[in-house]
Design a binder for this molecule. Structure first.
Ligand SMILES: Nc1nc2c(ncn2[C@@H]2O[C@H](COP(=O)(O)OP(=O)(O)OP(=O)(O)O)[C@@H](O)[C@H]2O)c(=O)[nH]1
Ligand SMILES: [Mg+2]
Length: 394
């Protein structure tokens, strides 16, 4: 069963206690303090893994705890660092906090976010010795690790997404053009979960196309399979709108689906569309009487006979431009989105540099930026570059 949501409880490890200890040697009557520091607690880190398809791994794994830091010991022994837990999630996973605020978007393979940071270690009494206080009879205890309820929401990353009413032939089309083999049947709502297929071009270029469950009037209010799956269209660059030419006026069907996209919001109604008029084997010569600047092209075809499919497939590659990926020398950590109900502020990205982090895009200021840097894994002393300025993280 495909699972695109998960709620997990993450607990970072507590930092180990510093030791309270004095040197004991045969011929040294009053040994100095030698209590070592505790080890830092382990953190819980999410990592975007391109091998994963969904979040079903979290159905049975709800509480995730990182390791505790070890306690310090005598003779200056430091406690061991607690073990970090790296949780693998599919690429395209959005992370929200308890309040429902978007914290980070793991949209790139290898992107990471620290969702619970390990507690700081306690210092041993050796660290507190000063010329005037030679026998400190105290040590620090380690700090508790962070703990949080977080929500994961997978939004598939596809170049194009198929939309249309049930039975229009979306899955049939994906079977024709890609390596995916979704189920096809003559009843509505055959497709119950989104599926991705890869379409190959002769020149080696590839496109990822998503097939999502069919959409009917009122879907935005929860009718049919509802609009739950429309979230997977949000990140598509183009919608491939599949219409059953044998099921009545294509324009009416077009508008019916379009109204649902509009009702859902999140920019779906603004996405460019490539329209497919399917089933020309039983409804030859269909015409779409719609004037709309979002429509990049209209392709009559038949998934049953294959007629027109090749032309459509070729056009997909010319109509969908290659993604404008800015070239970054640094490694992306994650896309962070500061949630504003509307308008949605464009994401900013935090990149790892050799000395710390660089923030690109339109970062927020103050606490929000600090929070994002913290989640990216920034530690005291890291150099943070924002635009032309740079400062030290603390
Ligand atoms: N005659 C004819 N039938 C087709 C064509 N394309 C698909 N079909 C049939 O239409 C029915 C629905 O096809 P699907 O591909 O399952 O449609 P879908 O849009 O994925 O439907 P849902 O998953 O329910 O939303 C199946 O019985 C297909 O065999 C076509 O070009 N011509
Ligand atoms: Mg289907």
């Amino acid at each position: 069963m495909f699972s695109d949501r998960a709620r997990i409880h993450v607990v970072a490890g507590r930092g180990g206690n510093g030791a309270l200890s004095f040197r004991r040697e045969k011929h040294v009557p009053k040994g100095g303090p030698d209590g070592g520091d505790g080890g830092p607690g382990g953190s819980v880190i999410l990592v975007a893994d391109p091998e994963l398809r969904d979040l079903s791994a979290f159905r049975t794994r709800r509480v995730i705890e990182a390791g505790k830091g070890g306690h310090g010991g005598g003779s200056g022994r430091h406690g061991a660092a607690g073990r970090d837990i790296e949780l693998h999630v599919p690429v395209g996973t959005e992370v929200r906090d308890q309040a429902g605020e978007l914290v980070a978007d793991l949209a790139r393979p290898g992107a990471t976010v620290v969702v619970a940071r390990g507690g700081g270690p306690g210092r041993g009494n050796r660290q507190f010795a000063t010329p005037t206080r030679q026998t400190p009879r105290f040590a620090e205890i380690g700090l508790p690790g962070e703990e949080a309820d977080i929500e994961l929401h997978l939004k598939l990353l596809a170049d194009a997404a198929l939309v249309g009413q049930p039975n229009a032939g979306k899955s049939s089309l994906l079977r024709r053009i890609s390596n995916a083999k979704p189920k096809v049947a003559s009843y509505p709502f055959t497709t119950l979960a989104p599926i991705l297929g890869t379409v190959d071009a002769p020149d080696g270029r590839q496109l990822v196309v998503a097939d999502v469950p069919g959409l009917i009037e009122g879907a935005a209010e929860g009718i049919g399979l509802g609009h739950e799956f429309l979230a997977h269209l949000e990140r598509a660059r183009v919608l491939v709108h599949v219409i059953d030419a044998a099921a009545g006026d294509p324009a009416e069907q077009f508008h019916a689906v379009d109204r649902e996209l509009d009702a859902y919001g999140q920019g779906l109604a603004e996405l460019p569309q490539i329209v497919v008029l399917n089933k020309i084997d039983i409804a030859p010569g269909p015409v779409l009487e719609v004037e709309d600047e979002r429509i990049l092209g209209v392709f009559p075809l038949s998934c049953a006979t294959g007629e027109g499919v090749e032309t459509f497939q070729r056009s997909l590659f010319s109509l969908i431009p290659a993604p404008a990926e800015p070239a970054f020398e640094e490694e992306p950590v994650a896309d962070f989105l500061v949630y504003r109900p509307k308008p949605r502020r464009p994401p900013f990205r935090i990149l790892r540099t050799d000395r710390g982090y660089r923030v690109v895009g339109r970062p927020p200021e103050g606490e929000e930026l600090e929070e994002a840097l913290r989640a990216a894994g920034a530690r005291e002393g890291d150099e943070i570059a924002v635009g032309d300025e740079s400062f030290e993280y603390r």
